[in-house]
Design a protein around this ligand. Sequence first.
Ligand SMILES: Cc1ncc(COP(=O)(O)O)c(C=O)c1O
Length: 414
Amino acid sequence: MVTPFQPDDEKIPALREALPSTAAGIYLNTGSAGPLPRETAKAMAEAEAWELRTGRADLNYWQDSLDRMAEARASIAAILGTSPSAIALTHATTDGMNAATGAIDWQAGDRAVTSSLEHAGALAPLWGLRERRGVELEIAEVGHGGDREAVLAAFDHAITPATRLVSISHVSWATGVVLPVREIAEMAHARGALLAVDGAQSAGAIPVPVEDLGVDFYSVPGQKWLLGPEGTGALYCAPSVLDRPRLTFGGYASFESIDLSARGKLWPDARRFESSTLHQPSVLGFARSTAWLSMYVGWQWIHERIARLAGQAADMLAEVPGVEVLTPRSSMAGLVTFRIAGWQSGPALHELSQRTLCIARTIPALDAIRISVGFFITEGELRRFRDGVALVAANTPETIPHRASIELLQGGLD
Ligand SMILES: Cc1ncc(COP(=O)(O)O)c(C=O)c1O
């Protein structure tokens, strides 16, 4: 049983028991999809069994679905420091970024600004605008993102009075840098633009007080640092965007009422950014994972542990001869990106996976390896991973010993 105030030596084993896939290897890829809590999987399986037995069309079931969606909105609102009425449920981060980007009444010649460290989740909706609407897309060159003044200067240069939207990540999926969202929001607003933030690598890893950050849209996934199922997410919508009736995807869920002549009343709150049916077991799973993190694990503990362990991982790796850490140490969250001299990232990660049983990914655009340091990772696992990196870095693809180094796999789950 996990409780918020257990000592770490009891809490970590209890957490890992509650997250069974942490035993399948060194789980360093929460940035793609986090380990699902046992409790979430159980609740989803029960909901699926219920649907199988009783069907999904009963009026009571419909009412239950609405209650479940309200619970999921409330749960994510609490994590983002806002009210449930500011939250729309989505299917993914990208879904929310598309909704945000499309909510602006774009005209040819308008500008959109993004950064040079973005994922397709922010870029692809902008690409669509450039292709279809003649919107000019300006990319602020921010390097690896570590020089805060240079980052702000790049946005200062890129955002002009013609800019309607600035669309960036809070934490870059590529270098793991935390961008100065609050300052960029102020800059955007001073020039009449809105700010949409891709929170795929931030929500659940660092505090995200959306109202305090002053963003207009903030899109988060369920499946990454919030440990929910895939196909879930949420979009925060500030009051600044709720006084405009523009919709990207409209559907029955966006409206309080709509008649046969397509006259209707949009929901006054963020639900107008919802459009249609969601997979109910997943909505339940999303609410369960976020509630489990909030009630049993505790946000302050999670954020402090991720900051400490990810910093430790970056420092350990930086000390290995031949390793270059790309993540700016002074502005990082839970991601650490690095290169190993003499190795392409794909073969290097293959060797690391074989020898340490790590689960991580490459960032092809940087030819680098990225690890995600979740709160459930142990210091022993980080040391074993570091030893694996040192072994790879001390060799070339030609000289690396053929056999997996069994020693690296030993040592238990300390
Ligand atoms: C920064 C960023 N944005 C968007 C995505 C895509 O997330 P989703 O599948 O929730 O749209 C990812 C990761 O897959 C990401 O790292």
